[in-house]
Design a protein around this ligand. Structure first.
Ligand code: MLT
Ligand code: ZN
Length: 449
C-alpha cells in the first residue's frame, strides 16, 4: 500500500486531501514564496491521529510540514513539493480555563482571537496579541515564538506558556501540561518546541498563562522630531507615567503612505517620527504626562484617542495593510540595540535607495522591544530578486550586531543568513538536537537549519 492509502485507512479518507482537492491556502504563507504542490494535506482531529500519521510518514521517510493559519512571513509553513502537509486547523477549541491557576488549556488549531475572547469571558486576559489575531493559530504562534504588540509588558509567546504537548517525529506523544508557575524538575522540555518552527515536533496542546485584565487602556499618538527623543519618550513613559502596554514607532514615510491610502488626517505637520503609546493609566494621567513632554519639547505634538474608533484609526496606520499590498514587498523583522535603531534605519534607507532609486522603504516597529520592521518594495533589475534586498539589509545589519529575526522566525527565507546571528557552536548544537529528536529529518526539512 502507498503512504496515502495508509493515511486514508488510518485517519479516514475525509482527513486526506490530494490533487485538485488541496485548497490553495495550503500552498503559501503570507510571504507568497510558496506554491510547490504537496503530496497531500492531512487534517487530523485528534492527537492519536497525528501520532499515527507521523509514525507512517517517519517509516516511509516522507517529509511532514505542519501548518497553522499560514499568516507567517518567513516561508516556514510552505510545502517543498511531494511532502505531507499536516494541518492543525481541525484540532481546535479551548479545553479548559482554570481560574484558580489563571491558565487556559487550548488546542493548537485554535485561532488566537478565539482564545483571547474566551479568556476575557472568564474575566482574565491572554496577553499575546498581533495583527493577524483573527486568522493565526496558537500552534503557529508558539512554533514561531510570536511577538506582537504587547511584548513590552508581557513578553513573547514563550513567556505565556506553562505547559505543552508535542508529538515527536516517530509518533511519540510527550504530554507535559504543567500549570504551575514554578517547576524546576529537570530540563524545561517545552522550550525545545517553542520557536522551533515545527522542526523538532508538532505542538498539539498548550497551557497558557492568563493575567488579570489590564482594564481600560488609553491610546495616544505622539509626533517627534528625532529618534533620540523617541527613546527618551519610551523611558520617561515607563518611568514617570507607568502602565505602558504598547510602544510602537513609525517613521514619517510609513505614516504618510498609510494615512493617504486610508484617507486619514491624524496630526497635521511634518514630523519625522510617530509613536503609538498605550498605557493602563487613565486619559487624564496620559494627557498630563504628554503636556509635560510638550513643555520640555520632548514631543512636538500629541493626540489622545477619545474613542475606540480613534484608537483603531491610530492602529490601522500602524498595521499598514496598504504598504503590505505593494508589489514585491519584502518585510524584515530585525532586532538591534535600541539606541542604534535610528542610525541603522538611515544607513539602510540610503543603501537601499542608492541601489533601487525608486524603491519604497518603510521603517516601523516595536521599538520598546528593540525590534524594527522594514518593508521594501523595489523594481528589480536583471538577475535581481527579493534575495538581493535580503543581502543588502542583512549586510548593513552585520555592522550593528543585530539579529536577522526578532519575531517572524527563520523559515526558508532567512535560513541562508542564520549563521550571521548564531555562532558555529550554537549551530552545531542545534543540529545535534535536531538529529536526536528527528533522526530521519522528516519534520519540516529545509526550514530553520
Ligand atoms: C507587525 O508587527 O506588524 C508584524 O510583525 C509584521 C506584519 O505582520 O507585517
Ligand atoms: Zn511585528
Amino acid at each position: 500500500m502507498s503512504l496515502l492509502d495508509d493515511l486514508r485507512v488510518t485517519l479516514g479518507s475525509v482527513a486526506v486531501l490530494a490533487g485538485d482537492s488541496i485548497p490553495p491556502r495550503h500552498l503559501s504563507d503570507r510571504s507568497a514564496t510558496g506554491g510547490r504542490v504537496p503530496l497531500a494535506v492531512v487534517r487530523p482531529r485528534t492527537v492519536a491521529q497525528i501520532s499515527a500519521a507521523l509514525r507512517l510518514c517517519n517509516d516511509a521517510g516522507v517529509a511532514v510540514v505542519p501548518q497553522g493559519g499560514m499568516t507567517g512571513l518567513a516561508g516556514g509553513g510552505n510545502p517543498s513539493g511531494g511532502d505531507i502537509i499536516l494541518s492543525l486547523e481541525l484540532l481546535r477549541g479551548i479545553e479548559e480555563i482554570d481560574t484558580a491557576a489563571a491558565t487556559m488549556t487550548v488546542w493548537a488549531g485554535t485561532p488566537l482571537e478565539v482564545a483571547q475572547e474566551a479568556a476575557s469571558e472568564a474575566g482574565l486576559f491572554l496577553a499575546l496579541d498581533l495583527g493577524a489575531r483573527g486568522s493565526c493559530q496558537l500552534g503557529g504562534n508558539l512554533s514561531t515564538n510570536a511577538g506582537g504588540i504587547r511584548v513590552i509588558r508581557y513578553g513573547m509567546a514563550r513567556e505565556q506558556v506553562l505547559g505543552l504537548e508535542a508529538v515527536l517525529a516517530d509518533g511519540t506523544v510527550v504530554t507535559s501540561l504543567n500549570k504551575m508557575l514554578k517547576n524546576n524538575a529537570g530540563y524545561d522540555l517545552k522550550q525545545l518546541f517553542i520557536g522551533a518552527e515545527g522542526t523538532l515536533g508538532i505542538i498539539t496542546r498548550a497551557v497558557l498563562r492568563l493575567h488579570p485584565p489590564p482594564g481600560a487602556i488609553t491610546t495616544a499618538l505622539c509626533a517627534l522630531d528625532t529618534y533620540e527623543d523617541v527613546v527618551r519618550l519610551l523611558r520617561q513613559a515607563q518611568g514617570n507615567l507607568g502602565g505602558v502596554v504598547a510602544f510602537e514607532a513609525m517613521w514619517r514615510d510609513y505614516v504618510a503612505y498609510n494615512c493617504e491610502a486610508l484617507k486619514l488626517q491624524l496630526i497635521s505637520g511634518d514630523h519625522r517620527f510617530w509613536v503609538i503609546l498605550e498605557s493602563t493609566c487613565d486619559g487624564a494621567a496620559v494627557e498630563g504626562f504628554l503636556a509635560g513632554c510638550l513643555e520640555t519639547r520632548l514631543i512636538a505634538d500629541a493626540l489622545v484617542a477619545q474613542s475606540h474608533k480613534e484608537a483603531r484609526d491610530f492602529w490601522s496606520v500602524r498595521e499598514g495593510l496598504s504598504t503590505e499590498a505593494l508589489p514585491n514587498v519584502v518585510v524584515f523583522d530585525v532586532s538591534l540595540p535600541t539606541a542604534r535603531i535610528g542610525d541603522f534605519a538611515e544607513i539602510c534607507r540610503a543603501a537601499l535607495r542608492q541601489r533601487w532609486p525608486g524603491a519604497y522603504v518603510f521603517f516601523y516597529g516595536h521599538i520598546g522591544d528593540s525590534n524594527l520592521h522594514i518593508s521594501v518594495s523595489a523594481a528589480y533589475g536583471p538577475g535581481e530578486d527579493m534575495h538581493s534586498v535580503d543581502q543588502l539589509v542583512y549586510g548593513v545589519l552585520k555592522g550593528f550586531g543585530g539579529s536577522i529575526s526578532a519575531e517572524h522566525g527563520i523559515g526558508t527565507l532567512k535560513r541562508p543568513y542564520l549563521g550571521q546571528s548564531r555562532s558555529p557552536e550554537e549551530l552545531a548544537l542545534m543540529r545535534k538536537i535536531k538529529a536526536a529528536l528527528d533522526p530521519k529529518g522528516i519534520l519540516n526539512p529545509g526550514k530553520v537549519i
